[in-house]
Design a protein around this ligand. Structure first.
Ligand code: ATP
Ligand code: MG
Length: 408
């Protein structure tokens, strides 16, 4: 019976002059998420809301509604949405419509179900107030189904019938579904996420996309010391993350040549920090080449030896680019909860060797001063040329999600 899906946003509404840009970006993203049905539907802005309707104004079938629900659950910037019936702003038409489906409202519920009607009226010329509309329609429903079928409960209803009366039209809906919130991806410049196969970095990428930045990814492997699965797993994670944005390229980098030299020339206990500094330098160069304006990592203060304040500082000094660390103060359990919600946990939990563990020291230093790290790097002949060579050898791939299938 629904001929419209009404989408609500919250944070965008607080924007001033550039609100228009955010709204346009949100609509473009919704169109992209619904590209499979682009011939049949239209997405438009109507006074602080986004609407999805069929081009021929007919009702959505249940398959279409399911696809729309699944797409909107990935639309950053949206707070909630409801499949709705779009009607003229005319009380007689509203009454006729409610009369038409009144009996169906309680299908599947037993006697005594808690019911309420919530009306909102932004059209102040409409002859009835919100309260009047609610009272009018509740008595109409009672007439149709009998007043002993339901009890009115304004605070804790099992069924809520929502009505909005606007200037040119009105809307009726039942269900309100949650959307992820945040800002539309693409409303902030593109960034580059250092994506490992772990739990944290996919969540970090998700959180930054939720704040409006589309992301590319860079991953480091140590082939042949790490197997092909190391990269395949990250590619599957990137493909999953890409379902929240239009496009994200994965740069695949073999760090092994540098790791071997670090092993041979530098202090063993500093290896992890030196690997990380090399990763940042390589990532910075890729970001500059590809127009990404910041790096993103899944680092979280104190989580492992390389993430102490001193080591984070030493790692950070290897780049002048902004590094975003959305998980810096996050509890691991909270990060896991997000990973589960977005579906990355299942992939991240599969154990495959990680590039950082290649030649990793049994007792890494938790405090490598930046000056000391720089001194160690001076021992490496042609260090910066090696970095440049590794950047040149990086492979850019469009992530495919095939690895998930091969897991099952
Ligand atoms: P994650 O769960 O994201 O791997 P972690 O808690 O295991 O994080 P580390 O392995 O120390 O922590 O990595 C810290 C951050 O450095 C990661 O979140 C990621 O952004 C980056 N990083 C680490 N290893 C790699 C890699 N092999 N490729 C790309 N980025 C990496
Ligand atoms: Mg890791």
């Amino acid at each position: 019976m629904y001929n419209c899906v009404i989408c609500r946003y919250h944070e965008i509404a607080t924007k001033g002059n550039n609100r228009n840009m955010f709204e346009r970006c949100l609509c473009d993203n919704i169109r992209h998420l619904l590209k499979d049905m682009k011939e049949d539907i239209q997405v438009r802005r109507v006074r602080g809301r986004v609407w999805i309707e069929k081009c021929d104004k007919s009702v959505f079938d249940s398959d279409m509604l399911e696809r729309i629900k699944s797409a909107l659950s990935r639309a950053f910037g949206l707070e909630s949405f409801s499949p709705a019936i779009l009607l003229p702003a005319d009380m007689d038409v509203i009454r006729d419509t409610v009369r038409g489906f009144a009996k169906g409202i309680f299908d599947g519920y037993s006697k005594g179900v808690k019911f309420r009607i919530r009306a909102r009226r932004s059209n102040k010329r409409f002859p009835l107030t919100s309260k009047d509309i609610e009272i009018d329609l509740v008595s109409l429903v009672a007439q149709e189904v009998g007043s002993d079928l339901f009890i009115i409960d304004l605070d804790n209803a099992d069924i809520t019938l929502g009505i909005e009366v606007r200037d040119e039209f009105s809307l009726i809906y039942f269900d309100t579904f949650e959307a992820p919130g945040g800002l539309p991806v693409g409303s902030n410049p593109r960034v580059l996420t250092l994506l490992s196969g772990g739990i944290d970095s996919p969540v970090a990428a998700y959180m930054i996309m939720k704040r409006g930045s589309a992301t590319d990814y860079v991953t480091f492997h140590s082939s042949p010391y790490t197997p092909q699965e190391t990269v395949d797993k990250v590619e599957a994670l990137a493909a999953l993350l890409n379902t929240y944005q239009v496009k994200g390229t994965l740069h695949v980098v073999n760090l092994l040549p540098l790791q071997k030299i670090i092993r041979d020339c530098c202090s063993e206990r500093m290896r992890t920090v030196l690997y990380r500094r090399a990763m940042f330098r390589i990532a910075e160069k890729i970001a500059e080449k590809t127009n990404c304006r910041a790096l993103v990592t899944g680092e979280s203060l104190g989580q492992v030896a390389s993430q102490t304040v001193v080591n984070l500082d030493t790692i950070n000094r290897s780049t002048t680019m902004l590094v975003l660390r959305p998980l810096i103060g996050e509890d691991k359990l909270d990060t896991i909860a997000i990973a589960e919600k977005i579906g990355s946990m299942e992939l991240s939990s599969v154990q495959v060797p990680d590039s950082c563990t290649v030649f990793s020291p049994s007792s890494p230093s938790t405090s490598v001063p930046a000056a000391l790290a720089a001194k160690e790097e001076e021992k490496i002949e042609n260090y910066m040329q090696m970095i440049d060579q590794i950047v040149m050898d990086a492979e850019a791939v469009t992530p495919q999600s095939g690895w998930t299938a091969s897991l099952q």
